[in-house]
Design a protein around this ligand. Sequence first.
Ligand SMILES: C[S@@+](CC[C@H](N)C(=O)[O-])C[C@H]1O[C@@H](n2cnc3c(N)ncnc32)[C@H](O)[C@@H]1O
Length: 231
Amino acid sequence: MIASALWDEGTNGVAEVGDELLAGFESRDGADAAVRAHGGAVEAVDPTTWAQQETASVAIGGTEVTLEVGTAFGHGGHPTTALVLDTLATEAQRSPLMTVLDVGCGTGVLSLAAAVRGATAVVGVDIDPAAVAIAERNIGRNDLDPGLISFATTAIADIAERAARFDLVVANILLAEIRPLAPSIVACVGDRLILSGSLVEQRDELIRLFPTLAVVGESQADGWLCLILST
Ligand SMILES: C[S@@+](CC[C@H](N)C(=O)[O-])C[C@H]1O[C@@H](n2cnc3c(N)ncnc32)[C@H](O)[C@@H]1O
């Protein structure tokens, strides 16, 4: 629960080391605010060291996926990510996963989960080059076919312009960030779109961004919403 609150408060990484919970912040102000809210102490560290030491693991079905998290978002435990991971599981049961596009891949957690769930090809994109580098390293950390997954900083608009369609598109991105991306995201959806990263009270606005798609499923956790939309 504290980890979830820390993500909402702007940490760029959380790690359990022994009995300690470590949280990284880019600014001293952010770290001080977290200590005021949760207790603990602030220590200045080399960000490279911090990035390398922070790893997480997520159970995907019977497979343990190991992630370097570092400065990227996506340790798997945030409610928005967990909602998509659960939805991916039910979608894979409904019909085999085929091609998947992960918009805002962060550590690549959702891309890796899609590959574990049997996707035939996965592309993950993020505007943060550091996240893409971490996601690429995370392929090698796991026993997955590297030819199955690719990560890039390619803009979603460029993918849409190439008329590339994916059977499933997943996007765990805040509403404010998804607004300008919505037309390009829709252009990439071949069949289904899983959306997370918006609050439950933002549901109507989120749905209005995708007028050509129909809501076919939804779930929520800790005030966060996850929608399944279909063409
Ligand atoms: C909430 S994190 C999700 C990370 C991971 N997919 C997960 O579910 O845990 C959102 C990610 O979207 C990325 N992002 C934000 N705006 C973006 C954009 N316009 N295009 C691509 N990625 C974007 C951020 O850099 C961040 O890594």
